[in-house]
Design a protein around this ligand. Structure first.
Ligand SMILES: [Zn+2]
Length: 281
């Protein structure tokens, strides 16, 4: 991109217009679609979201030897495809490139020299993905496949998708590994802590049990309503039960059943008036 175009884009994020001499602009690769050291990769959809969401986000230079917290801001992002390079799973390598800027000051001269010298090019990205999908079976929950292993000639990794949050980006002090430092979170479960995973599995099982019980209670209520109410009234009641917690659903079901029994008993004893409309919401 031409420098004047870059400046124009940059100045959308500044309070006043800056000249080329006042700012320092540089490119960083935020993340890509390669399988990382955690056995995970971003899908194209995830990269597209990250591309949009990282614009305007401020990054931090960690571990500054002088202790001063220098920051830089991303003012433009783009997805770049490198068809000559393939990922571990055979797709065209795609990375998210960002243009960042800093306002030149006396205190960041050294830092700028370091970036120019290629020392501080590795960045760490922090974001949250709602979906993590197994590349072998497509499951978005737990499955039998282990990341990094090969099943029937297919590498197992997790595809990260549905980015819900973009937190920050920062420069890694030691750019040792390729694809260093992309940190991710998935939904509420977070990382790979085995205890947390076990608790999450337990919670999922309980939620499933509650959902089944709720379904069963609603089914029984529907049957009771069908015997005691008109179709439209029954439908209205069913709608009003939407989202009701399980304990209250049971209470309601029991009340309906008592009511129904009373009605049946009344009908068997002619002469007594049966309170047909006795149960109303
Ligand atoms: Zn699987």
């Amino acid at each position: 991109m031409e420098q004047s175009k870059l400046l124009e884009q940059l100045n959308r994020f500044t309070r006043r217009k800056h000249t080329a001499q006042e700012v320092y602009m540089f490119d960083v690769i935020l993340c890509d679609n390669e399988v990382d050291r955690d056995g995970e990769c971003f899908t194209k959809q995830a990269l597209e979201t990250l591309c949009r969401r990282f614009e305007g986000v401020t990054g931090i230079f960690d571990h500054d030897p002088k202790g001063s917290r220098q920051t830089a801001r991303i003012f433009a992002t783009e997805l770049v495809e490198d068809p000559a390079r393939r990922t571990a799973y055979g797709a065209a390598y795609t990375y998210l490139k960002a243009c960042a800027y800093m306002i030149r000051t006396d205190s960041n001269q050294d830092l700028i020299r370091e970036i120019d010298g290629g020392i501080k090019k590795e960045v760490s990205v922090s974001c949250a993905a709602k979906t993590s999908r197994c590349s072998v079976c497509g499951s978005t929950g737990a499955c039998a496949h282990e990341k990094g292993k090969v099943y029937g000639g297919r590498l197992c990794y997790r595809e990260l998708e549905d980015i819900s949050d973009v937190y920050e980006w920062s420069f890694v002090a030691v750019p040792a590994q390729v694809h260093a430092g992309v940190t991710k979170q998935y939904g509420a479960s977070g990382g790979e802590d085995p205890v947390r995973k076990a608790l999450q599995a337990q919670l999922n099982a309980q939620q499933q049990a509650v959902a089944l019980a709720r379904q069963d209670a609603r089914k029984q209520i529907r049957q009771l309503l069908a015997a005691t109410h008109s179709k439209s009234a029954a439908e209205a009641v069913m709608q009003s039960l939407e989202g009701m917690e399980l304990a209250r659903l049971y209470q309601y079901k029991d009340a309906l059943r008592r009511d129904f029994s009373r009605q049946c008993a009344a009908q068997l004893q002619p002469g007594e008036h049966a309170p047909l409309d006795s149960f109303r919401m």
